[in-house]
Design a protein around this ligand. Structure first.
Ligand code: GRF
Length: 208
């Protein structure tokens, strides 16, 4: 059973897409056991409460140091028996103790075709502005395993879309979000079915 912990800082539309897929039986042997947000106003927390999923506001600011914060985080994850983490618009970097405790069992979605247009500062509309500004003909979404670096872990799934001549960052973000809502649950399904094998720093094998 995949006991999914969701980390989200914003609207939570990816969280909701995953939740819908779980509820509709599209991800077998999986359930979302907790939603954690650093932002007390996150839409993701509202969705979680509406849909009777434990919702926790946990921020580094509530603790004296990183250790205390990470201990509290781990204890929440243990309490809810989380064995898999999906970052869904989580704006904070996870510290090494969390990455180690969930090695190769943390995934993230990024609104561009990694390894391009990832890393520090590449979030929200900044990503799409950078993509359009570069003259790229395509962008898309990437689901990847999370390691200690921003947006740098092995890639599980990508889907590309063509950039229209009159594309704006806002129109591109809408198109890509629709792609995200489709491929993120799909990538998690592959995990739940044991079809994802991480076999190197940058490589993932996906069993058909
Ligand atoms: C998405 O674009 C995702 O790729 C990025 O953050 C955004 C989250 O959106 N990591 P939402 O909160 O899921 O609506």
């Amino acid at each position: 059973m995949l006991n999914i912990g969701i980390f989200a800082s914003g609207k939570g539309s990816n969280f909701e897409a995953i939740l819908d897929a779980v509820t509709q039986g599209k991800i077998p042997d999986a359930r979302i056991v907790v939603v954690i947000s650093n932002n007390s106003n996150a839409g993701a927390l509202v969705i979680a409460k509406d849909r009777q999923i434990p919702a926790v506001h946990l921020s580094r600011k509530q603790f004296a140091d990183d250790n205390e914060f990470n201990e509290a985080l781990i204890s929440i994850l243990q309490k809810h028996q989380v064995n898999f983490i999906a970052l869904a618009g989580y704006m904070k970097k996870l510290d090494p103790p969390i990455i180690k405790a969930f090695k190769n069992r943390i995934v993230n979605i990024h609104p561009a075709l990694l390894p391009a247009f990832g890393g520090t500062g590449m979030y929200g509309l900044h990503v799409h502005e950078a993509v359009i500004g570069s003259g790229c003909r395509y962008s898309g979404a990437t689901v990847h395993i999370v390691n200690e670096e921003y947006d740098a872990g092995p890639i599980i799934m990508q889907e590309r879309i063509e950039i229209a001549p009159d594309e704006t960052a806002t129109s591109l973000s809408k198109k890509i979000l629709a792609v995200e809502h489709r491929i993120y649950p799909e990538a998690i399904r592959l995990f739940a079915e044991g079809k994802i094998l991480v076999n190197g720093l940058h490589r993932v094998t996906v069993t058909p």
